[in-house]
Design a protein around this ligand. Structure first.
Ligand code: FAD
Length: 293
C-alpha cells in the first residue's frame, strides 16, 4: 500500500502514464510490453480516463490489475467533466474498496477525435473533484498543472491563482508536457509566490513521431520551440525521429534533474522503448543486461 505523496523527498521518483487498451489486440500488446516497464521500476504508473466515461471500466481494471497482479503502485485518473456527483462517488468507492489509494483528479477534455462537446457534468472544475475525492476516502490526490497556462484560461495570472487554489486542496501536481525548462521553473516560482510549495512533477513526452507531436501539442496547448521543430523535421525517417526525440528528452530531463525536481512523469502512450532509453542514459534505470555469447 503506497500513497504516492510519501515517495517524494528522496531520489527523484520515476513514473509513467499508460492508456487503458481499446481492443483485445492492444491489451495483448500492452501485456507483452509490461516487462519493459519492469526494467524502469517506476515508483508509480498512472492510467488515463476518457472524460466522457468511455474508459470507466477499462481504466478501473488496468489500475487494479497493475497494483494487484503486477505489484506496481497505480494511480487512477478520473475526470469530472461529464459525470454526475453520484457517478463519481460510485467510481471512487469501487477504487477505495479495491485498495487503490491514489487518484489524479481532473476536469477532462473531449477525446481528440470527438465531434460533439462533452455532456455537462455536475462539477465544473477539477478543484471540486478534489474535494469530492477527499470526502470518499483517504486517497492521495494529484492534480494537473499547465506550465504555460491552461489553453482556455482568460490569462496566466488567473490560471495560476486557480491552480494554486486547487493544489492547496490536493497533495501534488503533475504537469502537462513541455519542452522549455523555464516554463516549468516559472510555474513552480509562481505557485510558491502564491504560498503553495507542494511537489510539482514535470511531465515529459518523448517525441516518437512528427504527427503525434503536432496532435498532442494542439490538444494540450503546448508551444513547441521552433529550434526543436527544426531538429525533429530535419530527422530522416521514423527511426531517426525517435532517436532525436530521445536525445531531446535526455537534454530536457538532465536540466530538470539538475534543478532538483521531485520526479519525472513520462507520457509513454504505452510505448516504453524511448522512456527506457532516456532513463538508462540518465542513470535512472539499470543498464541493459549484456547478451550471452
Ligand atoms: P481545471 O483545474 O478545472 O482547469 C480547467 C480550466 O478552468 C483552467 O483554465 C482553469 O484556469 C479554469 N478554472 C479552474 N477553476 C475554475 C473556477 N472555479 N472558475 C473558473 N475557472 C476555473 N484529460 C482527460 O480527459 N483524461 C485524462 O486521463 C487526462 N490526464 C491528464 C494527466 C495530466 C498529468 C495532465 C496535465 C492533463 C490530463 N488531462 C486528461 C487533460 C486535462 O483534463 C485537461 O488539461 C483539461 O482541459 C483541464 O483539466 P484540469 O484538471 O487542469 O482542469
Amino acid at each position: 500500500m503506497t500513497r504516492i505523496i510519501d515517495l517524494f523527498g528522496g531520489a527523484p521518483c520515476l513514473s509513467v502514464e499508460l492508456w487503458p487498451p481499446r481492443s483485445e489486440a492492444a491489451e495483448a500488446r500492452l501485456a507483452a510490453s509490461l516487462d519493459r516497464l519492469d526494467l524502469l521500476r517506476p515508483a508509480f504508473a498512472s492510467i488515463t480516463y476518457g472524460a466522457a466515461g468511455s474508459t470507466r471500466d477499462r481504466t478501473h481494471d488496468l489500475v487494479v490489475s497493475l497494483q494487484r497482479d503486477h505489484g506496481t503502485t497505480a494511480m487512477a485518473h478520473l475526470a469530472c467533466a461529464a459525470h454526475s456527483r453520484a457517478e463519481l462517488v460510485d467510481i471512487l468507492v469501487r477504487y477505495r474498496d479495491a485498495g487503490i489509494e491514489n487518484v489524479l483528479a481532473l476536469r477532462g477534455d473531449p477525446p481528440m477525435d470527438a465531434t460533439e462537446p462533452l455532456p455537462d457534468g455536475e462539477l465544473g472544475h477539477a478543484a471540486a473533484l478534489v474535494e469530492l475525492v477527499r470526502s470518499v476516502g483517504p486517497f492521495c490526490i494529484a492534480v494537473a498543472a499547465h506550465p504555460a497556462g491552461h489553453p482556455e484560461a482568460a490569462g496566466l495570472v488567473e490560471d495560476r491563482r486557480r491552480l494554486a487554489e486547487k493544489l492547496a486542496l490536493a497533495d501534488f501536481a503533475i504537469t502537462q508536457f513541455f519542452y522549455d525548462v523555464d516554463e516549468y521553473l516559472r510555474l513552480v516560482e509562481d505557485l510558491a509566490a502564491l504560498g503553495v510549495t507542494k511537489p510539482v512533477v514535470p511531465g515529459v513526452m518523448p517525441i516518437t513521431s512528427v504527427r503525434t507531436l503536432e496532435r498532442m501539442a494542439a490538444l494540450s496547448g503546448c508551444a513547441v520551440p521552433d529550434a526543436l521543430v527544426e531538429r525533429i523535421t530535419r530527422a530522416d525517417g521514423p527511426d531517426e525521429v525517435r532517436r532525436v526525440g530521445v536525445e531531446i528528452a535526455i537534454e530536457l530531463c538532465g536540466k530538470l534533474l539538475a534543478e532538483g525536481v521531485p520526479g519525472l512523469h513520462f507520457y509513454t502512450m504505452n510505448q516504453f522503448t524511448s522512456t527506457v532509453e532516456i532513463c538508462r542514459a540518465l542513470g535512472l534505470a539499470p543498464p541493459e543486461a549484456p547478451t550471452a555469447g
